[in-house]
Design a protein around this ligand. Structure first.
Ligand SMILES: [Zn+2]
Length: 308
């Protein structure tokens, strides 16, 4: 019987969490009334829970009802809920997953038809590396999206404006790039993302349209917050692992493998690994990568250009 009560308690707790998600929009409004939805300029729009979230909600509700009406049914009910939680957790740990909501892992079809790819550059801006990255992009006539950490941008206020002045876009990569970002609830997500949005808008003169989760990890509560703030989650098609790979050749090979229109590629101007010569890896990878893109008759554009 004690087990039954424990099972019931767990199920109620999980069901409560899902209520938090489904009521998230209203609660966000109550906590931060100054944040208004901007659906007109939003690539996302009002939050519509992904199909699997509706299924999960129904499953949790069914498990709760069965525990109340048929306590002896607790084993299959708990196993079902446990497996469902496992899938939700794995989806949050897999950056390219679309189980929790919309997620750009490739460019939209019209952009693919135009022969476009998009280089995205994370974790900056960096006062030493970002200006050199901008020069390299200029040299090849390429445009990119910079997913900036707002606290870093605040320390180097001229860099965001320079990024935009050179024809690239500044996007939102959270306020502090916290290690525990994925464990945030809606208050934590809202604080990190909305403050970053405000800092980056002020510094760049243009509101970010895309958000990338620190380390690519998230939970089901992130999507309603992004919808509320008019942001679209973006991950990538391929990444070079250039925060821990010191060999630029290997990073390049990973990025150009099956290079094709629609690819979103990930590199870093912040937290970048260094080559044997003490250079940030991105500085050695960009020239051959941009040459490969040109040779394949593709053009590198920012994510916001790709959605036009
Ligand atoms: Zn990052």
């Amino acid at each position: 019987m004690a087990v039954n009560f424990a099972a019931l308690e767990i199920s109620i707790e999980i069901h409560h969490n899902f209520n938090l998600i489904t009521n998230g929009m209203a609660k966000l409004s109550a906590i931060h009334p100054e944040i208004k939805p901007d659906y007109c300029s939003s690539p996302g729009g009002p939050w519509r829970p992904a199909g699997f979230l509706w299924f999960s909600l129904a499953l949790h509700f069914a498990a709760l009802v069965s525990l109340i009406l048929m306590p002896s049914f607790w084993t299959p009910a708990l196993v079902g809920v446990g497996l469902n939680q496992l899938v939700l957790t794995l989806a949050g740990l897999w950056p390219k997953s679309r189980v929790l909501g919309p997620n750009w892992t490739r460019l939209p079809d019209p952009s693919v038809a135009r022969g476009e790819v998009s280089i995205t550059i994370d974790d900056g801006p960096d006062p030493e590396i970002t200006p050199r990255v901008l020069d390299l992009l200029d040299r090849y006539g390429a445009k990119a999206s910079f997913f900036c950490v707002a606290e870093k941008a605040r320390c180097h206020p001229g860099l965001c404006r320079e990024i935009v002045a050179r024809g690239h876009s500044v996007e939102n990569h959270s306020l502090r790039h916290r290690l525990d970002f994925a464990f945030s609830g809606y208050r934590g997500f809202l604080r990190e993302i909305s403050e970053a949005q405000s800092v980056l808008t002020q510094l760049s003169g243009s509101a970010p349209l895309f958000f990338r989760a620190p380390f690519g990890i998230r939970n089901p509560i992130l999507e309603p917050v992004l919808s509320r703030l008019g942001l679209q989650l973006a991950s990538w098609t391929r990444r070079g692992f250039d925060t821990r790979e010191h060999d630029p050749g290997r990073v390049y090979e990973r990025l150009v493998q099956n290079l094709a229109a629609g690819d979103i590629l990930l590199l870093h101007d912040g937290n970048a690994a260094l080559t044997r010569d003490g250079e940030a890896v991105i500085l050695s990878v960009l020239p051959p990568l941009l040459e490969a893109i040109q040779k394949a008759k593709l053009s590198s554009v920012s994510l916001r250009s790709a959605q036009a």
